[in-house]
Ligand binder design. Structure first.
Ligand code: HEM
Length: 140
């Protein structure tokens, strides 16, 4: 079905990722990221015991990504400014930990893109963000 905002318009690409794809793929990506992390022996131990779809960890990630990509600002309403690097200082994030995290983020993105038929520009924008942000998070 054509999105209402495209009716009578030839602009196929609204401003933000969230406006283009909506909440469902972003939510699914957050779940898949933590599914991957949950099975990763190298970084699993840093994370909470519970990483399922209803977990606090997935909720934080889901709300953060929605907000980051132009959706509702629920993360900040609940938790304040993301200060992502500061919030990660209590974890020893090495080059190897970053590589593991990024592998799961990109795998989650790839399968979500496949399931929801996400366009290439949207995928590239999300991939670029994950690559840059994860490099910025290295602190050990
Ligand atoms: C570079 C490798 C990274 C590692 C090893 C890592 C590790 C962690 C850990 C252990 C937690 C706590 C999760 C829990 O409650 O069990 C966390 C939380 C979080 N991470 Fe990362 N992270 C990484 C990169 C990133 C990146 C690139 C993002 C941006 C998308 C991100 C976003 C978040 C968010 C939003 C939270 C929740 C923070 C909160 O509200 O307290 N992380 N991360």
């Amino acid at each position: 079905m054509t999105h209402p905002s495209t009716v009578g318009s030839f602009d196929p690409s609204p401003r933000t990722v969230y406006e283009r794809i909506g909440p469902a793929p972003i939510s699914r990506l957050a779940e898949r990221l933590y599914e991957g992390i949950g099975r990763d022996p190298t970084i699993r131990g840093m994370f909470s015991a519970e990483l399922g779809p209803e977990s606090e960890a997935v909720r934080d990630m889901r709300e953060f990504l929605m907000q980051l990509f132009g959706g509702p600002q629920d993360y900040s309403a609940r938790k304040g400014h993301p200060r992502l690097r500061a919030r990660h200082l209590r974890f020893a994030i090495t080059v190897d930990a970053r590589a593991a995290w990024l592998t799961h983020a990109l795998a989650a993105l790839a399968s979500t893109a496949d399931e929801y038929r996400l366009d290439a520009a949207t995928c590239a924008e999300m991939r670029d963000y994950f690559e840059r942000a994860s490099a910025f998070m290295i602190n050990s």
